[in-house]
Design a protein around this ligand. Structure first.
Ligand SMILES: Nc1ncnc2c1ncn2[C@@H]1O[C@H](COP(=O)(O)OP(=O)(O)OP(=O)(O)O)[C@@H](O)[C@H]1O
Length: 267
């Protein structure tokens, strides 16, 4: 395996929301690092602060205290080095723009020639299997295809890290499996670094090289689990492996413990 350099560093991150009814400590004390080229999944009990954590990573939310660094530089706001894909693809696409126009839009903020921009868009649409739909509008596409557009837009932007917040929660099971394979493909073929938040334990094990299990809120990292499955994965063979079952059972058990407020179990 090639040497990897540290991409993200999160240290003693804490986030307290102030509200009229009192403060809510969403993130207690989260620390972890991520190397360039890794695919890290984040799971945890419902409401444990996954979205809050992602927003702090992406510079969309200011932490109450602690450090988020990308390539050694503090993240203080949205950065061109990061692209975020949310669950609600319907709301993230502009209905009056074509698929191509949606993918191209953020690139207009980059200093690129028209040719370079068009090449990035074509390449990203091909990568997600939507080259044929470039001139369609989002509302002419299925939910799964719309989410592919959102992924293409993020890929075309060439971020150093792709941050995905439950991106497949709203699509059917078969589409979800296809999109999971697309994410694996983007990661293995293009070396894209990905932080992927999901509710789905099986999905976290199938996709990840590491799974971070969060405690219940106020959150800390209950376990940082290496997923020692072969890098070549497919929906049938990988999910049938005994090791896959062991890992998913372990993560499930950890989340149950997290819900009860217990600390980590031995592996
Ligand atoms: N803007 C806000 N103001 C006050 N409290 C908030 C705000 N956003 C989130 N919270 C609280 O912070 C905690 C974590 O919320 P967050 O949405 O990050 O969790 P989550 O793990 O992503 O949730 P889910 O499992 O439902 O997707 C919750 O207790 C939530 O009520």
């Amino acid at each position: 395996m090639p040497d990897r350099s540290m991409l993200l560093r999160v240290e003693h991150l804490r986030k307290v929301y102030g509200s009229a009814t009192g403060d809510v400590e969403a993130i207690g004390d989260v620390s972890f690092t991520m190397d360039a080229g890794e695919l890290v999944c984040i799971v945890g009990p419902s409401g444990c602060g996954k979205t809050t954590l992602l927003k702090c990573l992406a510079g969309l939310l200011r932490p109450t205290s602690g450090i988020v660094e990308m390539d050694g530089v503090p993240v203080t706001g949205p950065s061109p080095a990061m692209a975020v894909v949310f669950q609600e693809y319907g709301r993230s696409l502009y209905p009056w723009l074509t698929v191509r126009g949606n993918v191209e839009l953020p690139l207009r903020h980059k200093r690129l020639s028209r040719e370079a921009r068009e090449k990035l868009v074509t390449d990203a649409l091909d990568a997600v299997g939507l080259g044929h739909a470039a001139r369609s509008h989002p509302w002419q596409l299925s939910g799964g295809m719309q989410q592919r557009v959102a992924i293409a837009r993020a890929v075309a932007y060439q971020p150093e890290v792709l941050i995905m917040d439950e991106p497949f929660a709203a699509v059917d099971a078969q589409t979800r499996a296809d999109l999971e394979d697309l994410v694996r493909e983007l990661h293995t073929a293009r070396g894209i670094s990905i932080v992927f938040v999901t509710h789905d334990i099986d999905e976290s094990v199938y996709l990840g090289e590491r799974v971070l299990v969060l405690s219940k809120s106020p959150t800390w990292v209950q376990e940082d689990l290496a997923i020692d499955l072969p890098p070549e994965r497919d929906q049938i063979t990988t999910r049938a492996l005994l090791r896959f079952t062991e890992l998913r059972t372990h993560v499930y058990d950890q989340i149950q413990r997290a819900k009860r407020g217990e600390t980590a179990a031995a592996r």
